[in-house]
Write a protein that binds this ligand. Sequence first.
Ligand SMILES: NC(=O)c1ccc[n+]([C@@H]2O[C@H](COP(=O)([O-])OP(=O)(O)OC[C@H]3O[C@@H](n4cnc5c(N)ncnc54)[C@H](O)[C@@H]3O)[C@@H](O)[C@H]2O)c1
Ligand SMILES: [Fe+2]
Length: 355
Amino acid sequence: MDKFRNFKVVPRVVYGRGCFGQLGEILAEHRSGGGFTAFLVDDVFRGRPLAERLPLEKGDLHLWVNVDDEPKTAYVDHLTAVVKDHGQTVDGVVGIGGGSTMDLAKAVSLMLTNPGTSADYQGWDRIRHPAAYHVGIPTLSGTGAEVSRTTVLTGPEKKLGINSDHTVFDQIVLDPELTAGAPADQRFFTGMDCYIHCVESLSGTFLNAFSRAFGEKALALCREVFLQEPADADEKLMMASYFGGMSIAYSQVGVCHALSYGLSYVLGVHHGIGNSIVFDYLERFYPEGVAEFRQMMARQNVRLPRRLTAGLSEQDMNRMVDVALVLEPLWENALGPEWRSQMTRDRIRDLYDGM
Ligand SMILES: NC(=O)c1ccc[n+]([C@@H]2O[C@H](COP(=O)([O-])OP(=O)(O)OC[C@H]3O[C@@H](n4cnc5c(N)ncnc54)[C@H](O)[C@@H]3O)[C@@H](O)[C@H]2O)c1
Ligand SMILES: [Fe+2]
């Protein structure tokens, strides 16, 4: 019999409009006296009211992080060094921002207690020591990074997460108010990350009742948010992200994510938009999902960039295929254990050629 996955979930969740105000109280329990907390905050909030609301105490470190590029292992190593230089005892790491910033916070908290470079740990279960206490606070909804056991990093050789039980946040703060100011396009693309997680999980071969329960609810919430635009859309999208993340925890994503990783490795396209670009070409694999995605895109008045791979060198095209092929569990979930016979290099190359 196959072994069942004994996966770790986030042990503490505070949810509700305005709950960010409780962060100081939450962190107080983890302060050692003499130590400090490092706040990694998306620099999009520089000069915005949120910057004034950080519960900083004397000695704390506040770092603005930049996510114009998605997290790279070199950036994680740099931030880790800055935190280590600030003082000896790190009581905690708090990440405030979208999936990129939350992933940076996860990775830094791991690298504070594990030697070497973060690139050494890209893969599955390579982390040996528990991370520093780490808190995730999303300001965009959709990636599910707040609940997942990975931090997705682009390294010198690949785009691959540090997947481990230690990666999981110790605490998350889900305050829908924080997502209010996001630009409409970004909100849509990150929301589609969630929608695509659900479609890929629900149509995958790894699906079980646990994943289905979370995935169906998340899908229904995405539908409501993007096709009906209810007054409490921010609340609903935040819960869709959480449920979508829980759904893939016990299943996996699929073709769209595998191809999107390659695209973003070579072209630097962000995850949400990269997924949307790829998904639009996957009618053969996910016919209903793609049709509904197009309805949502029309309703939200969003346009996708086209012809991204036109003019790419042979070497870049090959690298894109290489990155996509590394993601074996994704292909297996989408196409079954014999996926290699269906998804050859040439077939992947053909798919990319059309994008
Ligand atoms: N760890 C995981 O499980 C997981 C899952 C999916 C995706 N990811 C990662 O998440 C990242 C994508 O995250 P994302 O889609 O949330 O976007 P993001 O964090 O990359 O941010 C996208 C843009 O939105 C801005 N932004 C964020 N919050 C804002 C707000 N409230 N108002 C205005 N602007 C705001 C950012 O500054 C940035 O310019 C990728 O790096 C991807 O690899 C991780
Ligand atoms: Fe995703």
